[in-house]
Every structure is written in C-alpha cells, then in structure tokens.
Design a protein around this ligand. Sequence first.
Ligand code: MGD
Ligand code: MGD
Ligand code: SF4
Ligand code: MO
Length: 765
Amino acid sequence: MTLTDSRQTRSAERSVHFRTCPLCEATCGLEVTVEGGSPSNSSVVRIRGDREDVFSKGFICPKGSTLKQLHEDPDRLRSPMVERDGRHVPVRWDEAFAEVEQRLMPILEDHGREAAAIYHGNPSVHNHASTIYARALISAVATPNLYSAGTVDQMPRHASSGFLYGDPLAFPLPDIDRTDYLLMLGANPYESNGSLATAPDFPGRMQAIQDRGGKIVVVDPRRTKTAKAADEHLAIRPGGDAAWLAAIANVLFAEGLVDTGDAGPHLDGVDHVQALVAPFRPEAVEPATWIAPDVTRRIAREVVAAPTAAVYGRIGTNTVPFGTLASWLTDVVTTLTGNLDRPGGMMWAHPAHLGPRKDGPGRGFTTGRRSTRVSGHPEVHGQFPVAALPEEIETPGQGKIRALITVAGNPARSIPDSDRTEAALASLDVMISVDPYLNETTRFADVILPPPSQLERSHYDLAFYGQAVRNIANYSPALFEADGPREEDIIARLACIASGLGADADPQIIHDMTLDTVLRGCVKPGRALEGRDVAELRAQLGDRSPADRVLEVMLRSGWAGDHFGARPDGLTMEKLESNPHGIDLGPMAPQLPGLLRTTSGRVELAAAPLAADVARLERSLTELADGPVLVSRRHLRSNNSWMHNVNVLVKGRERCTLQVHPDDATDWGVHDGGHARITSAAGSVVAPVEVTDDIAPSVVSLPYGWGHGVPGTQLSVAAGRPGVNSNILTDGSILDPLSGNAVLNGIPVTVVPAETAPPEPMETT
Ligand SMILES: Nc1nc2c(c(=O)[nH]1)N[C@H]1C(S)=C(S)[C@@H](COP(=O)(O)OP(=O)(O)OC[C@H]3O[C@@H](n4cnc5c(=O)[nH]c(N)nc54)[C@H](O)[C@@H]3O)O[C@H]1N2
Ligand SMILES: Nc1nc2c(c(=O)[nH]1)N[C@H]1C(S)=C(S)[C@@H](COP(=O)(O)OP(=O)(O)OC[C@H]3O[C@@H](n4cnc5c(=O)[nH]c(N)nc54)[C@H](O)[C@@H]3O)O[C@H]1N2
Ligand code: SF4
Ligand SMILES: [Mo]
C-alpha cells in the first residue's frame, strides 16, 4: 500500500497521523502511528485517542483502534466479486461493471424503473462520499423505491421534526454540556456512545452533569450501564414511552407548571396539546408504563424546576409502535418546560456546511406523496418502509421489485423477519451491492463492488456534525492510497450504467454533474453566494477527489465558510488541513425562528397528523397484552451487524445471550448458562440464557446484528462466534404508521428451555 502525502510528523520510518473515527456517531479523534514510509511496506502500528482533538479530547472506545484490523482483515474484499454458478469469484473492475450492465439493464428495460429499488445502509451516512453521491445514484436509477436503514431506526424523529419544525432533519439535541437535568429514554450511550446526539465521551459528559450538581434519569426496561451511572432509573414497560411522556405533559398542565420560555412567541398549538394529553393522567398510564403515578408527578415537577433540562429519547423510543408520538412528546415536554432552544435544554446544531438561517415561512413537511404498491404505506422523508421491502419483492404484478442495489447495508440482519427477507433477496432477478464484505446480505448479490477501507479514504462527518452538541468541523485526508476505485467512483460508474451511458462511460460525467448541481445551488437567489459565477467558483477548487471537491463547495459556501474569498477568515479546506485536531465553532446557539420551515413559520406543536394519532395511543392504554416481550440491545464492542469479524472485539465471553429476569427464569424453567427457545409470530431461535435482575420481569433481551456463519459468506472470525439473529423474531407487518418505522422492541414472545444450541442455521443460497 502507498502512504498518501497527508499531514504528518515523521521520525525515522514512523509517522503520526490524525483522523476522525468513522465507525459511530461520536466522531472521536484518533492518533494513528504508521511504520514504514515506503510505498509497499507501511502499516499501522498503533491507534489511540487524539488528546488534542477539539471535541473528543483523547476519548476512544475499543472499536476505534480496530480500523487497523478492518483495514488488514483478509476477509475484506479487495476486488469485485461476481456470482457464477452459485459461487462468488473475484474479477477485475471493468469486468464487474460489464456484468452489472449485462444483468441490470435488461430488467430495467423489460420491466421499467419501478422494478428497481435502492437500499442505503447505516455506514453510508458515516462516509461523505456515499452521502453526497446518493442523489446521483437515485437520479440515475430513477425509481420511486427508495429504502434505507432510516426506517429501522430514526424515521420517527424525521417525521416528528418535519411536522413540528417543517424540517425533517431538524432534530433537537440535548445540550448535555450545559444541562442541569438529563431525562434520557431508550438510549444507552455507555454502549452506543450516543446517537442523534454526537458527543464523544458521552459517559464523561454525563459525569460532568453530576459533578456540577445536576441530575440524570434513565428510562429503560433494562438497568443498563448508563442507568447504573444515572441518579435514577425507571424500568418502563417496552413501548410505554409515548404514554408516559403524555402523562408528564398532563401533569404540567394539571399543576399549572407550563412555562414555554423564550420559545413561547414561536409556538402554535399549546392549548390543543393540553386537550390531547388530558386523558393521560399518571394513573391512566401506569398499566402501560409500569411507572407509579407519584413518580410520574415527581419527575414532571423536577423537569420544570431544574434550571435547565434536556429530554432526550433514542432508539428504544423510536423503534416501537408509537415511535413518532414518543419523539413528538419528548419535544412537547421540552417545550412546555421552557427548554426548547435554550442553552442547557434541547437545541439545534448549525453545522458548518449549512447556510445562514432565514426567518419566514417554509415549504412545510408532507408525507404520502407516493405509497407502496402492496400495502399502500405512505412515503416518509422520500422513503418507503424497509420492513415492507420483502413483500414488494415477493408479490407478482406490475411494479414488482426485481432488481436491488444495496449500498453499505445488511438488510438480511437489520430488518424484521430475516427468514422472509432472505427468501426475498434470493428470489431477485438481480442484486448489486456496494460493500466491503461477502456477508449475510451480499451473498445474494450478483455483483459485489468493494469500496476502499476506512484508512484509504478521506473523512468528514457531514451527517453527524448536523447532530453534534457543539458545532465542529474536522476533515481527515486518506491515510493510504487505495488500489481500487473510491466509493464515489464506484457509485458514479453505477450511475453511468443505470442512466444508460454504459459500463465504459467516464464516471467524470457524474462527478461533474454532482459538483455542478451543488455549485448551482449555492448561487441561487437567497443563498450565500447569490449571483456569483459558477465557473469562477469551480476554478477556485483544489485538486481533490470528486467527493472532496463537493465537500469543499459545501463548506466554503456554508455559514462558517470563506464564501470563496468573500470572507477571508472563513473556513477553507486548507484551514481544515492545517487543523488536524479539528476546528471548534462553538456551542449550540438559539436557532428560532430562522430554523423553522413550516408553512406558518411557527413551531406546530399540535400538527394535525400527530394530533390524529393520539386516539390510537389512548386506546393502547387499555389494550395490553400479557406475556413476555423482547427488546434489543447493543454492546460497546459490536457495531450493528458488521464488525463481528474483528477478533479483538468478539473474543472473550459470549455476548449474544438472552437476558432473563430471575423470577421469569424460575417460572419458565430456564437457567443461567443453559439455552432457551424464543418464539414469536415471525420465527423461533435458540440462544444461551443470562439470568440477571438488570432486566425488568416479563422483558427479555437479545442483542441485534448477530447470526453469522451462514453458507456463502466470507467472514471467518464471525463464523466462529455466530450468535443468534434476533431479527428472525421481529415482524415486518407492524409499523409506526406516521413514519413507516419498523417495530423492533416490545415483540411478544414465548420462552421455553432448550436442551442445547441447535445446529447452525443452514439453507438459503
Ligand atoms: N432488532 C433490531 N434490528 C435493528 C436494530 C435494533 O436495535 N434491533 N437497529 C437498527 C439500526 S439503528 C440500524 S442503523 C440498522 C442498520 O442496518 P444496516 O445499515 O442494514 O446494517 P449494518 O449492520 O450497519 O451493515 C452495514 C453494511 O455496510 C458495510 N460497510 C461498512 N463500511 C462500509 C463503507 O464504508 N462503505 C460501504 N459501501 N459499505 C460499508 C458492511 O460490510 C455491512 O454490510 O439496523 C437496524 N436493525
Ligand atoms: N457499540 C455500538 N455503538 C453503536 C451501535 C452499535 O451497534 N454498537 N449502533 C449505532 C447505531 S446505528 C445507533 S442507531 C445507535 C443507537 O444508540 P442507542 O439509542 O443508545 O441504542 P442502544 O444501545 O440500543 O440503547 C437503546 C436502549 O433502549 C432500551 N429499550 C428498548 N425498548 C425500549 C422502550 O420501549 N422504551 C425505552 N425507554 N427503552 C427501551 C434498550 O433496553 C436499550 O438499552 O448506536 C450507535 N452506536
Ligand atoms: S466511540 Fe468508538 S467507534 Fe465511536 S467514534 Fe469513538 S472510537 Fe470510533
Ligand atoms: Mo442506527
């Protein structure tokens, strides 16, 4: 491999490089020591936290240092793979793109563009090249069938922010560095390192709240590490968060505690909210939440009495039947207690690549501009529910999905009802995957196109600086030169093929179009560079990779940018390159009303679609099923489904266990270290049992993202520690109606003893 000429300090043949970890949302700075300066023999000798990083200040988790292992992993694909006679064989890049053209285009020609679908997985937002180039791929394929990991994750947050603020990306974030009271629901940052709240060293920032005399309350059916570190833990019934937050709002109104503070003048619908939450008295929600009425009342009073408070909900509140209402109600409680848009409350980031905020009405947010063919699910934020992808592949007729392109996704493990999903993937006419591994999903692909490793690409956290608790800009150049094409080159070549230009077309066509679209956007009326000449701007860009040139435009035209010379002190790529520990643009600052893009130009606190769903929530208070339910969990040493091939992370004790409360273990006859069969409406698995009183009675938990070692995959380490795939148990037919998000928590199950683990799952390809 060749060491790129990035900024570095050298001593003999060792050099030190600084870069941002792209693996999770925490954006930690890494210090990477490389040995051997010559092109063919350099390798990483050490990765540790960058103590000078302006945001993470040296914090690192066990995954951060494994960029070395990921880069060196012999199972990581170095060349494209084509499926021939049931096996994947390595081929040259030109051959791979020719295969894509031969296999994909006849399907699109015979059945139309609606026969294609695209799925973008989670790492595509941890990689600015795929984030920026998503649009080019979508335009070229020209299909309405767009899916992403967003509908097994945060789509409820998009929907509620869209309805409330008119902008589906405007997630209020907990201002954890200044808050006096953190009420945290369905999040476990001690394992996840935080999500939709980019805050490296989340645990340290929590400790600082307590050190300054503040309080942390964690609401989670499990007593997690985060809950143990908090001042108080409330073990809520899975799925109960929306009802409980409605009860908090109910208490605030009932006790005359509502004070909307500085956000008050920008709010519509406070009285309507009062009427909507009227049925949700603490006594009424107790059966659905397991939280005693006096506790609910006390927490409501505490939130309002705290000098500042942040009400933060994450995946446990999103991946449930009332995900959008729970997201909305976190913001309702925030707003009613005067904590919206104030320091120490819930605030918005203003990332460097966005333009200045503008007051006045916006275009608003609507859903359902299209609906799915089979079940009529509305589009939300441009996407269909991925839980409904299998039925679109299975169901015959006009518009049946026959061709699937996946970019950085593993739907065979991440979406509900895996058995059905895998059967659907196996039945496709053609599947193309942009992915570095031959894994549970890509084994069904006709062609796999592997991007460079994390150390072979530049990095800028375009998505996550928009969710960061400080405004940060930090760019990392590629450390090693890639042998193969960059991720944006791969996507550009796919776009050339899908738009009919052919496998041999020059991807520069797509690069030019992508850059021009962004440049033209910046000079539009009302934008930062209004009236400037696009050619003059283009001429100022550095000699960089295609994605980095687009990034350069976004950053230089953003509120902090140099506006191509007009603001000489502003941000440029050179400035970022000479600040390898990042640039801190300060804490979050109030954004109202300029952030609002609703048609009224106000916060629509009781937006009609949200209000209309409250009756369903009220019904749920009395329609309670008996019996145990399954919830998911994450572990610090694991990253969704795709890092179990890193030996240093998976070695040690078995972590893919079914957590069971001791009373339930006795009732069901299962014991610690033994096995249990877990069965739901969708399927059945056998897992090792871990008996612990850290989980509420009647709740069991499996981690998600496991179930490796299946035929046709090339993940030798993961195959040795396969674990159990919890998404065999989740049911794709149950969605949060407002967002189309899958329900991944609160799954009714039965648990019985199982003699031993069953033989490894087989079948499929
Ligand atoms: N039961 C249950 N299911 C869940 C969840 C849960 O809590 N419980 N969580 C959900 C959540 S929050 C999410 S985000 C989804 C995740 O769902 P997915 O995004 O579908 O799955 P990942 O496991 O993140 O898989 C990422 C894929 O990207 C590949 N990859 C890694 N880096 C790169 C890269 O740089 N470029 C490219 N092209 N590919 C790359 C990996 O090899 C892997 O195949 O799963 C969801 N599913
Ligand atoms: N180490 C590691 N870090 C990760 C990931 C990973 O896989 N591993 N994945 C990344 C991704 S894609 C995401 S989206 C984030 C997610 O980040 P977090 O949202 O912090 O995710 P989890 O750690 O799964 O914590 C969710 C918690 O919700 C609880 N829960 C389940 N059901 C309910 C419920 O109905 N109500 C309440 N109140 N709680 C409930 C679970 O017990 C669990 O403790 O993490 C990211 N970071
Ligand atoms: S917490 Fe770990 S995985 Fe996440 S950015 Fe930091 S080092 Fe990387
Ligand atoms: Mo996620």
